[in-house]
Ligand binder design. Structure first.
Ligand code: 0RA
Length: 650
C-alpha cells in the first residue's frame, strides 16, 4: 500500500499507524469481515449501512438508501447529521478522514450516544475503505458539502469543500477490490433481505434499495422500500405469512428491563416447527445465548403455571417438556446490549449473563398480561402444548425403535447404501441420488474409494407438514440417518446431533436438472434445514450440477450447463464452418451413462458442487415454509424462478 504514497509527502506517525492498520485488513480480510466470498462482499454493504443505522438509533436519521450501481459498486446515503469534518485535535486532520481511515474510529467522537450497531465484526467503515479499490465519501453538514476519495484506504487529497447544501447527511460509494474478493457481483435479493430485516428490527426507519443494473417492464429501476412502524410485530407476521395462525393477535413486548432494551413478538401457528430468531444489536444470534435462555425460561414457567392453574393438565399423564411449549411457535427476540460478549463457534452466541434476567422479566410480564386478557387464546395455546406433548411421546417410541434397529442390523448401515472404502470423514463423500436407476448409474460411475451412493426413492417426505414421529418412521429418512452415522437425538433434545460421528464431510444432493428434480432437492434441503441444520452450518451439504446438454460434432463432445453456454459453444465448435452440431438435451440423470455422469458431475477435477449456505435464518425459514406449505402456486413460481433457493444460497 505504501507504494501509493507520493514522494515528499509528509506522513507523520499517525499516518504510518493508519497504513499499518489498513494493511492488516488487506492481509487478513477474513479476520475482519468473515470471509472473502459472497458473504464478506455483502458484509461491506452492511458495515456501511450499520453506521447510518446507528445515526438513526441516536435519533438523527430517518432515511437510508442503498444503490447497487451499474458498475456493481455500492452507494449508501443517509439523512443524518453527517460525519463531522472539523479538524480532529489529536490526529491533526479532518475527523472525517479519521473515521474513514482509522480502524475502530467510527464511534469515538460521539461518546454520549448509544452505540449498539456496528456489525458482527464491528470493524467500521475504514475496513470497507481498505478493501475497496475506490471509495468516495460526501458529507452535507453546516450548510456545506465536503468530499474525500480514497484508493485501497489511502486518501487521494485532503477533505475538501465542494459546495453548499441545505441538507445534512452522509453518502459513501465504494468499489470492492476484486483482487481480495473471489465473488464480485452483488445480489439484490441478499441485500434486500437484510434491509427488510433491519426495517423490522428498527421500527420507524425508512430503508430503500435500488438496483441500477436492472429495469422492470415499465423501464424503472428495480427498487423496494422497507419501513415498519410496529417492528417485530410485523416481523413475525411476515415470517409466518404462509402458515395458519391459531391466535388472532401477536403477543408483543417493547420496553426496557434492567436497563436492557428488549423487544419480543410471538405467535402460534398450526405447524410442528419452532421458529425462534434472536438478535443482539441487529445481529442474528444463530447460536442463541443468554437472551434466548431468558425467553425460554419465562415461556416455559409462565405457560406451565397458567396451564396448571387452569386445570387443563389434570388428564395429562406424562411430563411436558420445554419443547412442547415451542411447537408451532414463531418468535423474534431483539435486545440491545452496550458491550456484547459474543461466544460460540461462529461468534453468534450472546454471553452477557445480565441479559437472561432482563428478557425473562420482559417475557414473563408480556405473557402474564396476554393470558390474563385473552382467556380463549390462552386455552388454545395450552391445548396446543398438550397435543405437542402427546405427539412427542409417540415420537419417542418411534425413535427408540429406530435406535434399536440400528444396533440390531450389525454395521447399522442401510442395505441400499453403496459405501466407500475410505474411513476418514473429511475425505469421504456421499451422494444422495434420486431414484434407483440413477442410483445404479452413479454406483457404476463413482470412485468407490471415497464416494458412497445412497439411492432415494422418488417421493421424499415433506417434513414441513409431518409430525415428528412420522419423520422418524420414514424409511428414506431413517436410511439417511443411518448412512450419515449421526444419531437421531435424545430425550432432552430430539433434534440434537452427534456431528462428530458424521461419516462424510461432503453430502451431495444429486437430482435431475428439471422441476421435479429441484422439487426433490428442495424437499431434501428442507429436511436438512429442519432436522440436520448443523450440517448446513458446517458447510457439509452440496448440490451436484449435472449438465443440461451434450453437444457433438464428430469426436468433439462437449457438455454445457445452460442455454447461453450452449449457444456460445455451438459457435465455437462450428469454427466458422457450415457444419452440423448435434444437440442432446439431458432430461434426467438416467439419460447419462456411468462415464458421462462421472466426467460431468462426480469427478472432483471437473464437477461444480454448489455448497448450501444460510445467509439469513429468518428468511430461510420463511422460504422453506412457503416452499413446503399448502400454497402450490407461489411454490412452483419460486422453484421455477430460483435455481438457487433464494437465500438458501446454493
Ligand atoms: C459521529 C458524530 C456525528 C455523526 C456521526 C458520527 C455520523 C456517522 C455516520 C456514518 C454514516 N452516517 C453517519 N452519520 C453521522 C455528529 C456529531 C454532531 O453533529 O454533534
Amino acid at each position: 500500500m505504501s507504494d501509493k504514497l507520493e514522494e515528499g509527502q509528509d506522513y507523520g506517525a499517525s499516518n504510518i499507524q493508519v497504513l499499518e492498520g489498513l494493511e492488516a485488513v488487506r492481509k487478513r480480510p477474513a479476520m475482519y469481515i468473515g470471509d472473502v466470498g459472497q458473504k464478506g462482499l455483502h458484509h461491506l454493504v452492511y458495515e456501511v449501512v450499520d453506521n447510518s443505522i446507528d445515526e438513526a438509533l441516536a435519533g438523527h436519521c430517518s432515511h437510508i438508501e442503498v444503490f447497487i450501481n451499474e458498475n456493481n459498486s455500492i452507494t449508501v446515503t443517509d439523512n443524518g447529521r453527517g460525519i463531522p469534518t472539523d479538524i480532529h485535535e489529536q490526529e491533526q486532520r479532518s475527523a472525517l478522514e479519521v473515521v474513514m481511515t482509522v480502524l475502530h474510529a467510527g464511534g469515538k467522537f460521539d461518546k454520549g450516544s448509544y452505540k449498539v450497531s456496528g456489525g458482527l465484526h464491528g470493524v467500521g467503515v475504514s475496513c470497507v475503505n481498505a478493501l475497496s479499490t475506490d471509495l468516495r465519501v460526501e458529507v452535507h453538514r453546516g450548510g456545506k458539502v465536503f468530499e474525500q476519495e480514497y484508493k485501497i484506504g489511502v486518501p487521494q487529497y485532503d477533505v475538501r469543500e465542494i459546495g453548499t447544501s441545505d441538507k445534512t447527511g452522509t453518502e459513501v460509494t465504494f468499489m470492492p477490490d476484486n483482487t481480495i474478493f473471489v465473488e464480485s457481483v452483488y445480489h439484490y435479493d441478499i441485500v434486500a433481505a437484510r434491509l427488510r430485516e433491519l426495517s423490522f428490527l428498527n421500527k420507524g426507519i425508512h430503508l430503500k434499495i435500488t438496483d441500477l443494473r436492472r429495469k422492470d417492464d415499465e423501464g424503472n429501476h428495480v427498487c423496494e422500500d422497507f419501513h415498519s412502524e410496529v417492528g417485530l410485530k410485523e416481523f413475525v407476521q411476515f415470517l409466518d405469512s404462509t402458515r395458519d395462525s391459531i391466535l388472532d393477535s401477536v403477543i408483543y413486548f417493547d420496553g426496557e428491563k434492567n436497563e436492557v432494551p428488549v423487544e419480543v413478538a410471538m405467535v402460534y401457528n398450526n405447524s410442528y416447527t419452532e421458529n425462534v430468531h434472536s438478535y443482539v444489536n441487529n445481529i442474528n444470534t444463530h447460536e442463541g445465548g443468554t437472551h434466548l435462555a431468558g425467553f425460554r425460561r419465562a415461556l416455559t414457567r409462565t405457560l406451565k403455571k397458567y396451564a396448571d392453574e387452569s386445570g387443563l393438565l389434570k388428564k395429562v399423564k406424562f411430563e411436558i417438556s420445554g419443547d412442547d411449549f415451542r411447537e408451532g411457535l414463531t418468535a423474534v427476540i431483539s435486545v440491545k446490549v452496550m458491550e456484547p460478549q459474543f461466544e460460540g463457534q461462529t461468534k453468534t452466541k450472546l454471553g452477557n449473563k445480565e441479559v437472561t434476567g432482563a428478557v425473562d422479566k420482559a417475557v414473563g410480564e408480556m405473557l402474564n398480561n396476554y393470558l390474563e386478557e385473552n382467556p380463549k387464546q390462552a386455552q388454545t395455546i395450552v391445548q396446543k402444548v398438550i397435543l405437542a406433548a402427546t405427539a412427542r411421546n409417540a415420537a419417542r417410541k418411534a425413535r427408540e425403535l429406530v435406535q434399536r434397529k440400528n444396533v440390531l442390523s450389525g454395521s447399522g448401515l442401510p442395505g441400499k447404501l453403496s459405501d466407500c472404502s475410505e474411513r476418514d470423514p473429511a475425505k469421504s463423500e456421499i451422494y444422495l441420488v434420486e431414484g434407483d436407476s440413477a442410483g445404479g448409474t452413479a454406483k457404476q460411475g463413482r470412485d468407490r474409494h471415497f464416494q458412497a451412493i445412497l439411492p432415494l426413492r422418488g417421493k421424499i417426505l415433506n417434513v414441513e407438514k409431518a409430525m415428528q414421529h412420522k419423520v422418524f418412521e420414514n424409511e428414506e429418512i431413517k436410511n439417511m440417518y443411518k448412512a450419515l452415522g449421526v444419531s437421531v437425538g435424545t430425550e432432552e433434545d430430539e433434534r440434537a446431533l452427534n456431528i462428530e460421528k458424521l461419516r462424510y464431510h461432503k453430502v451431495v444432493v444429486m437430482t435431475d436438472a428439471d422441476i421435479d428434480g429441484s422439487h426433490i432437492a428442495t424437499l431434501l434441503l428442507t429436511f436438512f434445514f429442519r432436522y440436520l441444520k448443523p450440517l448446513i452450518e458446517n458447510g457439509y451439504i452440496y448440490i451436484a450440477t449435472p449438465p443440461l446438454y451434450l453437444l457433438k460434432r464428430g469426436k468433439d463432445h462437449r457438455y454445457c450447463w445452460d442455454d447461453k453456454e450452449r449457444d456460445e459453444l455451438i459457435i465455437d465448435m462450428k469454427a466458422g464452418k457450415d457444419v452440423n452440431v448435434a444437440i442432446q438435451r439431458y432430461k434426467g440423470l438416467g439419460e447419462m451413462n456411468a462415464i458421462q455422469l462421472w466426467d460431468t458431475t462426480m469427478n472432483p477435477d471437473f464437477r461444480t458442487l454448489k455448497r448450501v449456505t444460510i445467509d439469513s435464518a429468518a428468511e430461510a425459514d420463511r422460504v422453506f415454509s412457503m416452499l413446503m406449505g399448502d400454497d402450490v402456486p407461489p411454490r412452483r413460481a419460486f422453484i421455477e424462478a430460483n435455481a438457487k433457493y433464494a437465500n438458501i444460497d446454493a
